[in-house]
Write a protein that binds this ligand. Structure first.
Ligand code: NAI
Length: 245
């Protein structure tokens, strides 16, 4: 407890699901959380505050590079620092390639990959000036193993993994670590769409025989953001219960 005291953490896509669990976990460790999302983050902020933590909401569409830069400058001015960035906002638009529209392709890349560029670039400047920081990108095991019907999504997540490794090399000399987490199948609004048959089929391939919870990802984030992980950079931490190995 208290390992993130006095720290400022920016979490994108924090209104629900994995992003909310990450925000709550870092807040429980003492960080002040900036909950950024295209939707309002009122519930996340209320839950953190009710538990005695500190959080503020920020309405931000990560595809808007100018808005991202202005928002990051505002955080840096108000708080003087950004210690942790969690790039978590993401969407799926699943379809087999032959039925995929150009809009399905572009929208997923625009949010899942361009969005990370838009937020990380201004944050990197703040972190590198302070010569410290942690960037954690929420990728996916499908960026490593592929998945039929997710060519757009897996391309965005594979791209994010490549970006993570390049940024780890760029920013390591300035005291900033950059890592990715590759979740497997986690129960959130994003995956609620699956029917029981699809869930059962998935379970057969998960070694620990259960679907993941958002808290499983939040625990991994807390480790990579914490003091014990200062010598870890450029990795992809697979948190999938053995779905991928
Ligand atoms: P979710 O759909 O429950 O939450 C995603 C959040 O991102 C929402 O709050 C949404 O409003 C926000 N968001 C969407 N577009 C945005 C934009 N343009 N700007 C700002 N915020 C935006 O999804 P979930 O499951 O919590 O996913 C979180 C991350 O984890 C995503 O990057 C997803 O790709 C990744 N992931 C999820 C897995 C799962 O099984 N649920 C598996 C592997 C990766």
């Amino acid at each position: 407890m208290g390992q993130f005291l006095e720290q400022i953490a920016l979490v994108t896509g924090a209104s629900r699901g994995i992003g909310r669990a990450i925000a709550e976990k870092l807040a429980a460790g003492g960080a002040t959380i900036i909950c950024a999302d295209v939707m309002d983050c009122d519930e996340t902020v209320e839950q953190i505050t009710a538990a005695g933590g500190k959080a503020e909401g920020l309405v931000l569409n990560v595809t808007d590079s100018e808005a991202a830069e202005t928002a990051v400058q505002g955080i840096a001015e108000r708080h003087g620092r950004i210690d942790i960035l969690i790039n978590n906002a993401g969407i799926t638009r699943d379809r087999l390639l032959i039925r995929m529209t150009v809009d399905d392709w572009r929208r997923v890349l625009e949010i899942n990959l361009d969005g990370v560029f838009n937020v990380t670039q201004p944050v990197a400047k703040v972190m590198m000036r302070k010569r410290s920081g942690r960037v954690i990108n929420i990728a996916s095991v499908v960026g490593l193993m592929g998945n039929a019907g997710q060519s757009n999504y897996s391309a965005s997540k594979a791209g994010l993994i490549g970006m993570t490794k390049s940024l780890a090399r760029e920013m390591g000399p300035r005291g900033v670590t950059v890592n990715a987490i590759a979740p497997g199948f986690i129960t959130t609004p994003m995956t609620d769409k699956l029917n029981d048959d699809q869930r059962d089929a998935l379970l057969k391939n998960i070694a620990v025989q259960r679907l993941g919870e958002p808290s499983d990802i939040a625990e991994a984030v807390a480790f990579l953001a914490g003091p014990g992980a200062s010598y870890i950079t450029g990795i992809v931490l697979n948190v999938s219960g053995g779905l991928y190995m």
